[in-house]
Design a protein around this ligand. Structure first.
Ligand code: NAD
Length: 511
């Protein structure tokens, strides 16, 4: 089937695309397996050479890539450039530098009780990785897992979001142009049915980014075949503003953190808690600052359009419910005034909100900032943790020690002090959510290692006939009791330990 793709911002046709026939899935897995057999055997330096070419190809086509992303999502070009393309090239560059060290076989210590043996961990690629990605950062959230998986030696099948399919095609083209071997990265263009069929096709690993709802479906399906998964899911990220915070920075941080990409960011600021002594000033300044944001498709616009029309309905539902329950709308338009199919939603600021409202509990994923005042730090932490999500959180204070102490009490996969969102862009840090924010992490060394099977190895020279704990057990119980007491008891008794160990060895040599 041929899809006609329209820009969410202008509704103009921006391209057409052939949907992948579900009957091709077996063939795709077979090609991936074949490509894997060669790719996984290449030295990492060779694999990195290909990835470097992809990076340079991106730089070469920077403006065209930004245009495809921007046309497909409605996000403004500066955001397509910085939060998608820049993050990706930085990540590839990081992987080029770090992958060899992160994936190198690692020697680890061996306890004295295993005297004479050596231990190490070896990282081996898993096989075929299925990457399923969403529409809000369709480039970044596809490219980074792909590159990490490829660096580790895997083959990849990408199922990009059907909402932004031209970005999937762009990715396919980039890898082909960089000369990546056939079958190593394949893109399956289609919707959730195709995604579900790919999961059933039994990949060796699933890297999923998307909603909690779909994450649960995929995890259930994967569990039936025990396919390992990594789930990057939703967020309802809190921002805590203490009385001593740099208020102007906090206001600007809330503005960007809440409204960048029209709030369609899993790590965007979705709830704001402000110390009551600075609450009114914070709200007044934020409302004022929001008036100056420019929305549109111009090159220097600040805020673009929504990407997915159905998301607008969720925003409308949350805001309407809050207003019906007594919230006050200080910026933006009442949803009753929105036109049918309206994709540019003015940034909204809500006060008089509470945790009985969906806007403070469910992921709104739109340009909405609900704000509450708090009296004590205790209360702020309790409110921030009162959520089923746990992706990111921010704390704003001039006292960095206090900020760190608050962060230590938050149940969150990521946290920032006097900043927003940014941890995801530091490729040295692992990236993953707590609670319904997700399971597992990628990015950083652990991320690359996550695309591998870890083999824990112990090596014995094999010269002795037997080990002391092997059969027969006759007369060994008491000796092991002495050995355990002397080695792990309150006061370590080396002589007792060695005496027991020697006797055990003697027993072995007698048999
Ligand atoms: P979604 O869950 O609707 O879709 C994500 C992907 O899953 C799409 O490619 C879709 O086709 C596919 N899919 C849907 N049903 C499937 C099924 N049954 N089997 C296999 N694949 C299936 O999410 P979305 O609306 O595209 O993205 C928005 C959500 O993603 C938000 O909840 C947001 O918080 C989350 N998100 C999380 C992160 C993160 O890193 N934690 C980043 C961005 C977005």
């Amino acid at each position: 089937m041929t899809w006609t793709v329209r820009s969410p911002a202008t509704k103009e046709v921006i391209g057409t695309l052939e949907e992948t026939n579900g009957e091709r899935i077996n063939e795709m897995y077979a090609s991936a397996a074949q490509a894997f057999s060669t790719w996984s055997g290449l030295p990492i330096s060779e694999r990195i050479r290909f990835l470097r070419k992809v990076r340079l190809q991106i730089i070469e086509e920077l403006d065209q890539i930004v245009k495809v992303i921007s046309d497909s999502t409605g996000k403004v070009s500066v955001e397509a450039l910085t939060t998608e393309v820049m993050t990706v090239v930085d990540s590839i560059s990081h992987i080029e530098k770090r992958a060899a060290a992160a994936l190198k076989t690692k020697r680890v210590k061996t306890p004295l009780t295993f005297i004479g043996k050596r231990s190490y961990i070896e990282y081996k690629p898993r096989g075929t990785v299925l990457v399923i990605s969403p529409w809000n950062f369709p480039f970044q959230l596809s490219m980074i897992p792909i590159v990490e998986a490829l660096a580790a030696g895997n083959a990849v099948i990408l199922k990009p979001s059907e909402v932004t399919p031209l970005v999937g095609r762009l990715i396919e083209k980039l890898f082909t142009q960089a000369g990546l071997p056939d079958g190593l990265l394949q893109v399956a263009h289609g919707g959730k049915e195709l995604g579900a069929a790919l999961v059933k096709g039994k990949p060796d690993f699933i890297h999923f980014t998307g909603s909690v709802r779909t994450g649960k479906i995929i995890q259930t399906e994967a569990a039936k075949q025990l396919i390992p998964t990594l789930l990057e899911l939703g967020g309802k990220d809190p921002m805590i503003v203490c009385a001593d915070a740099n208020l102007e920075r906090a206001v600007q941080g809330a503005l960007w953190g809440g409204f960048t990409n029209s709030g369609q960011v899993c790590m965007s600021v979705e709830r704001v808690y402000v110390d009551k002594s600075v609450y009114q000033e914070f709200v007044d300044r934020l409302v004022e600052a929001a008036q100056h944001l420019r929305q549109g498709t111009a090159a220097d616009s600040d805020i673009g359009s929504m990407t997915f029309p159905q998301q607008t309905a969720i925003i409308k539902e949350h805001v309407t419910e809050a207003l019906d329950k007594g919230a006050t709308l200080l910026a933006g338009d009442h949803p009753d005034k929105w036109e049918e199919g309206q994709m540019f939603i003015k940034p909204m600021i809500l006060t008089n909100v509470n945790h009985g409202m969906a806007v403070m509990q469910e992921e709104t994923f739109g340009p909405v900032l609900p704000i509450m005042a708090f009296e004590t730090e205790e209360e702020a932490v309790a409110l921030a943790n009162d959520t089923r999500f746990g992706l990111n959180a921010s704390v704003w204070t001039a006292d960095l020690e206090r900020g760190k102490q608050i962060v230590s009490r938050l149940i969150s996969g990521n946290a920032v002090i006097n900043d927003v969102i940014i941890t995801v862009a530091n490729p040295y840090l692992p990236y993953g959510g707590a609670k319904e924010g997700g399971i597992g992490a990628y990015h950083g060394d652990v991320g690359m290692q996550g695309f591998c099977v870890q083999t824990a190895v112990m090596v014995d020279k094999g010269r002795r006939k037997k080990e002391v704990n092997w059969f027969p057990y006759e007369g060994k119980y008491e000796l092991f009791v002495r050995l355990i007491r002397s080695f792990w008891g309150e006061n370590r008794n080396w002589r007792g330990f060695l005496a027991a160990y020697r006797q055990l060895l003697k027993k072995e040599s007698r048999k």
